[in-house]
Write a new protein. Structure first.
Length: 470
């Protein structure tokens, strides 16, 4: 393929400054490569042309060109994914949305913001706040993730238990399909019963049906005050009992997270945070509540009292101010970073019906100690959503490739177990390249065939994020 020709022709279409070719002297090679990968360490980027469109029209022109010339495309957002969904390894054109980061419109009546897809999620939080509103989808990577990528992967995060997934906050979407066609789904209206709601197909499609270029997101009112409780829990079966107990106090629960002692150790090592309690515990739970008045404040103490009386916890502490809230959150949100910066990890992101969680965890513990002898396991996650993050940590003496090979051998056994307990092999990280071979554990053959037919309708030449998901 003549990439110099591609660069020149794309430059003529949308402006030559928006196109970069590898080693053309405008961008350092490692920075260039970083646009064609995500946080997985399994695949190496290999591509030649990087495009920085500034609006939907630019994206449509680039995709139309790619469609006519049969060139594949990888959309690139904040690259914080864990499934290889943003990896360009087969000389695709990479389209980075990072220059498309503007607010386009605000509707104060409905409380919606129209934004370009390359806006960093944290900036969307700020834009909402400045207008007296709140965008509730939140997770550790919001400082770098793009809202378009969040939508393309139907991101979850730490407050799903209260606010749901990002799907619940998307009112309208503008997308460019694999033919370069622009669709504006729904716009900014709340009610619209006019046949199939196509925007939902694009939410969670991981860039395989179209490139999301703009979104209208719903906003809500911020909680008045939030309080965090951190708990030391001796046995995991107590964790769900504690969760059940929180339902009895009529206090809005914003987050219900858990981690093991191993995870806490790693966060302490990496972030230098102090021990939460005098005595260590096998499990820890973080609960966050919305607190609006003194009655709510009393309820907070009643919850702690009740779970103490029932002997569900070994220790517990209510944060006394926002700084302590933050410290408690660090124990949970510092885990991924503490692990991935210092170690090589094999990540699994799974979900189970809560009622099956205990039996699943029993069987899974047996399976893991059998199959991963000598490997450390970091288990944590959004337990209130039935979502576990299970990270296998590579022993120092093993090579990366041997480690990933061993993990790949064990994965199917775990997926079978997930299937048995009616769970999902990917809760919020998506499928990408990493879980593609295992999609059949969570979707039937008929469903997979239907997905392929939908893909063909929006992307007939299969040029959008090829090899991902299906
Ligand atoms: Zn998560």
């Amino acid at each position: 393929m003549d990439f110099t020709k591609t660069k020149i022709e794309l430059g003529k279409l949308i402006g030559e400054k928006k196109i970069i070719q590898k080693n053309d002297g405008t961008m350092d090679e490692s920075l260039f490569n970083s646009y064609g990968t995500d946080r997985t360490k399994v695949y190496s980027p290999n591509y030649q042309v990087l495009v920085f469109p500034e609006n939907t029209d630019d994206v449509a022109k680039v995709v139309s060109y790619a469609y006519q010339n049969g060139i594949s495309i990888v959309p690139s957002g904040g690259r914080t994914g864990y499934a290889g969904g943003a990896v360009a390894k087969d000389e695709e054109i990479v389209i980075s949305l990072s220059k498309m980061n503007q607010v386009l419109d605000f509707d104060p009546f409905l409380g919606t913001l129209q934004i370009q897809a390359g806006m960093i999620t944290k900036n969307l939080h700020k834009e909402a706040e400045e207008r007296g509103f709140y965008f509730p989808v939140d997770f550790a990577a919001t400082g770098s993730s793009h809202i378009g990528g969040n939508i393309a992967t139907n991101a979850g995060g730490v407050r799903v238990v209260r606010y749901g997934l990002i799907r619940d906050w998307v009112l309208g979407l503008t997308v460019v399909t694999g033919k370069g066609e622009v669709f504006r789904f729904n716009g900014e209206i709340l009610k619209n019963n006019t046949g199939y709601d196509l925007k939902h197909l694009f939410i969670g499609s991981e860039g395989t049906l179209g490139i999301i270029t703009e979104a209208v997101v719903k906003l809500t009112k911020p909680p008045k005050d939030i309080r965090v409780i951190f708990l030391a829990v001796p046995e995991y079966k107590n964790i769900l009992e504690i969760f059940k107990e929180t339902h009895n106090f009529d206090l809005p629960l914003l987050a219900f997270e858990f981690l093991t002692d191993y995870c806490l150790e790693k966060v302490k090592e990496h972030l230098g945070v102090p021990d939460p309690f005098q005595s260590p515990s096998k499990y820890y739970v973080l609960m966050e509540f919305e607190v609006n008045d003194e009655t709510d404040e009393e309820k907070l103490y009643s919850i702690l009292e009740s779970i103490t009386e029932k002997e569900l916890i070994a220790d517990g502490s209510i944060a006394q101010n926002s700084r302590q809230n933050e410290t408690f959150w660090k124990y949970r949100e510092g885990i991924s970073e503490s692990l991935s910066l210092a170690y090589t990890v094999h990540k699994n992101d799974i979900s189970l019906p809560l009622r099956n969680m205990e039996s699943f965890l029993d069987e899974m513990s047996a399976l893991l100690s059998n199959q991963y002898q000598g490997f450390a396991i970091a288990l944590f996650g959004h337990i209130g959503d039935g979502n576990l993050h299970l990270n296998i940590v590579k022993p120092k003496e093993l090579s990366d490739s041997d480690f990933f090979k061993q993990c790949k051998q064990v994965d199917p056994d775990m997926f079978q177990l997930i299937q048995k307990y009616k769970g999902s092999i990917s809760a919020e990280h998506g499928i990408g390249l990493l879980k593609k071979d295992y999609l059949g554990f969570s979707r039937s053959q008929g469903e997979l065939d239907t997905m392929r037919a939908i893909k063909a309708a929006f992307d007939p030449k299969g040029i959008l994020n090829p090899g991902k998901v299906l």
